[in-house]
Design a protein around this ligand. Sequence first.
Ligand SMILES: [Zn+2]
Ligand SMILES: [Zn+2]
Length: 343
Amino acid sequence: MLRPDDFIAWRGYMPELRQNMATGEWVVIATERARRPEEFASKREPRASSPHRDDCPFCPGNERFTPGPVFSLPTTGPWEVRAVTNKFAALVPDIPLRRSCDGHFRKATGYGFHQVIIETPRHDLPLALQEPAGFDRVVEAWHRSYALLAAAPGVEFVIPFKNHGEAAGTSLEHPHSQIIGLPIFPGHIRGRMEEAIRFYDAEGECVFCAMVRMERQAGARIVAENDRFTAFIPYAAFSPFHLWIFPRVHQSTFRELDDGGKAGLSTILRTVLRKLHAGLGDPDYNLMVRSGPADAPRLKYFHWYISIVPRLGKAAGFELGSGMYINTALPEESAAYLRAVTA
Ligand SMILES: [Zn+2]
Ligand SMILES: [Zn+2]
């Protein structure tokens, strides 16, 4: 039988629940289990690779193995970035979008778009280590591809994303990102939009603008900033080093990003990814551009942003069962650590 003294080891342990003001989601910050920020750094060997592989469909010389291209950059001369149709596309544009319903069994044809952005001709050059011009091209390609897909008929929602490393779900080593145009609006995003509308109704302000302002006032969780963007670890970050990058001017969709914005995004993205690479030993991560609906007019209550989730732990039963996460790193400590990393 357990006696109170059996719990003595945990006396003074103060876990905490925090709520994300923008999403309404709660997270457990379990600091007792926390490791020091540097202990999150990947212990594995550096990724071994070569600049070119004959068996890689994304390497120069193997262009015939990818459908497309949709476009390449620069527009003349050898390519530095290529946007192609995904050979193993989750959704395809050449079937008509048709919904049907058999009783409660609702379905739709797998209409949509799935493109791959090959970020560099170099097989072994991760995005984090690209020169500034490389980041400019990748941001330009994401934006171009986003605009193409957002304007396509029947597309409701467009999501650019990147899986870096096996724990983040990628099987192909050659640096690339992806972009999917969906014919439906995901329920998860709808929930966030509804949360944002509620805040706007009550406060008369975009919740994300308010959040960025408050994070900047607090300062403790800011990782990097430039004249257009702020990167921070949110107060209720759901996993260690989970990062948000926000444009400071209010924009509801990624399409609204202008040339100055692209330059600002390119710079801050490079800083943040280099800090993660240097500070955490090239961790596996997912990166998502979270934007408003593809065809929406400018919305006052929603604000696009980039979310980066380093894969430093594993979600398990509790997370799957509750939709809540346990973060074993204190956001303030993680942010201070990354601020101090020179990159
Ligand atoms: Zn390759
Ligand atoms: Zn806003």
